[in-house]
Design a protein around this ligand. Sequence first.
Ligand code: FBP
Length: 274
Amino acid sequence: MEGLIAIGKDIRLSRILRRDGKALILAMDHGLEHGPRDFIDASLDPLNIVGKIIDVIDAVMATPGVIRRLHSVLKHADIALIVKITGKTELRPHDKQLLQSTFFSVDDAIAMGADAIAMTVYWGSPYEDKMLARWREIHQKASRLGLPMLQLAYPRPINKSKTDPEVVAYAARAAAEVGADLIKTYYTGSRESFSYVVKSALGVPVLMSGGPKREKSIDFLKDVEDVIAAGGRGAVVGRNIFNHENPRAMAKAIREVIHDGLSAEEAAKRNGLL
Ligand code: FBP
């Protein structure tokens, strides 16, 4: 039975990480995490965006309600579905924002057609222990069913920046040590430092978390280029795609950097972004 479970996990993972072992994943959990302020008019309804880029991305990582909104588009697409089952709102008291609540079960995610489950762990938060207890419960069940676990390994150190290479590498390492199959974490600002993050993760694929929308597309594409050169396996991107004036061109350019080995400049030029 164990062998069969391993095959299931491998098949599901290969829907996300394509033949080259890399992926471009669209993130759409911002309405819960940050509120509608994270969207522009055109992206407030995810249906307006996803139809435009569905053939460009490899997977969508979203909350159940966003997936429900998108399902008519997703059901005919060659795309993996990563159901995010944790979240918090900014409406909470500030200190409680360091806790991600788990609001969905493994069964619920499978019922929605999940290829993987995503959970955030805020490493260094006073609630780390609580989030790890939930992680263990979900991970155990998902692993028995051959369902991969993506961890948003987000450091929340007390007196350092959350993108400090040392703490990001620590979070990635911790995610790998507690059994994550895919790790999404912050970009550390340089190829060298991100390579340290990748090396710390015990061979578990590390993907860059997009971050706030950059003013110039080329700057974001350069970060993606550095992530790939550092051994990263792609990017999980939200605002830099769905709040872009031309989401399709931006998604295509990111895809070409990740999958086709284009430089940021080549990809930007090819897609009319430079
Ligand atoms: P973006 O590319 O828009 O940053 O999306 C990635 C993401 O991790 C989302 O999945 C999540 O909602 C948000 O960023 C979390 O950002 P932060 O850690 O700043 O709260």
